[in-house]
Ligand binder design. Structure first.
Ligand SMILES: *Cc1c(COP(=O)(O)O)cnc(C)c1O
Length: 361
């Protein structure tokens, strides 16, 4: 007799991250800006004060308070996590029972389906429509028809760059009172349709945020869940007691105490997005009659843009050719996802893309 892995983990593979050195990283939706010097100084001085022989504060009180202060919400309705990834795992494993139906949308963040699988949930998939737009009315219908117990999606969405506005979201929350809705706002700093200020009004909503994208803190692994008192109490009890390290708590506290610097960085990213999307819209028009015809999903609400080539084999071809030039983007079967970079990075990407097209024609 030998030890047998159970069915659900037999085939699983580690999350794949491309290996090698790249001069331009436009693949993971990180901020192209490092944390500003003034914030770094604070992180270092606060890290010095960490009691390294002691366990962290279980409730990450100061860090939560700084986060809540930045967004103008009640810190008592916030739970800190080791990245929002941890919170997603926690929620899908804790709030549902084996076999419960969870509604996912497609395309969306791949970790939802992965964690649903590990939590032994059944998944029901809502396919998005033209330009990857989601219709909340159709989502409500599907959730009701299938008797879903939960719904998780990113808004604005990774990887489509599109989003659902506040009005229809409020309807969704009210129309599905028995469904736990997990609203992942990882990219909401780049758009203005957040429900963070009203999250506590709903007893079926957990809203997720992260320090990893707009705030430039992917390295520290810090995410947050916002919800009403009842759901927050459960989350606090479900999480492992010392889930967020003292160094991360200190860094998080330092980051959120500099709202002006955070907003400056955000404006830089939004300006970069404007430049990249503008340049790509022009290429879209110019390349219409070529084998490299593509469609830019319009009005991105995120720090990345999405290119759908009419000839789907171009996605891998361009991805590989860019990779050879040490430029990394993210390749999906139906599109390329390109994170906004610095001015130089955006230009390097655009000129390589043009060179690939000219060479391939
Ligand atoms: C990047 C990302 C996350 C992960 O955030 P962490 O806080 O770094 O774990 C969560 N949700 C979506 C949709 C993301 O794109």
């Amino acid at each position: 007799m030998t030890y047998q892995l159970n069915e659900k983990i037999k085939g699983i593979k580690p999350y794949e991250v491309p290996k090698g050195r790249f001069t331009v990283r436009m693949d993971a939706n990180e901020s192209f800006l490092s944390v500003p010097q003034a914030i770094k100084k604070d992180i270092i001085s606060m890290t010095r004060k960490v009691a390294f022989n002691r366990y962290p504060d279980t409730t990450a009180q100061k860090c939560r308070k700084a986060f809540a202060g930045y967004y103008g919400i009640d810190p008592d309705l916030v739970t800190a996590g080791n990245g929002s990834d941890e919170l997603i795992t926690l929620i899908l494993n804790g709030f549902f029972e084996r076999g419960d139906k969870l509604l996912l949308t497609e395309p969306d963040f791949s970790m939802y389906a992965f964690n649903a699988h590990i939590a032994e949930l059944q998944t029901v998939v809502y396919q998005k429509g033209e330009d990857y737009r989601a219709d909340p009315a159709e989502m409500i219908d599907l959730a009701r028809r299938e008797g879903c117990r939960g719904l998780i999606f990113s808004n604005p969405c990774n990887p489509t760059s599109q989003g659902i506005r506040k009005g229809p979201l409020r309807t969704l929350l009210r129309e599905l009172p028995e469904v736990l809705i997990i609203l992942d706002e990882a990219y909401m700093d780049f758009w203005n349709q957040s429900l963070i200020n009203e999250a506590a009004e709903y007893d079926n909503l957990i809203l997720l945020r992260t320090a990893s994208k707009a705030l430039g803190g992917a390295a520290i692994r810090l995410g947050f869940a916002v919800g009403c008192k009842k759901l927050t109490n459960v989350l606090q009890a479900l999480k492992s007691p010392y889930n967020v390290s003292s160094t991360t708590q200190a860094a998080g506290e330092a980051i959120f105490k500099h709202p002006d610097l955070l907003k400056e960085g955000l404006m830089d990213i939004l300006a970069g997005r404007g430049f990249l999307a503008g340049a790509l819209a022009k290429l879209e028009a110019d390349w219409k009659a070529t084998p490299y015809a593509f469609h830019l999903i319009p009005e991105p609400k995120t720090n990345f843009v999405v290119l759908c080539f009419a000839d789907k084999s171009k996605h891998k071809e361009i991805y590989d050719a860019l990779k050879k030039k040490k430029i990394l983007v993210r390749c999906f079967p139906d599109f390329l996802r390109v994170t906004v970079g610095s001015t130089e990075e955006n230009q390097a990407f655009l000129s390589e893309l043009t060179a690939i097209k000219n060479g391939g024609e």
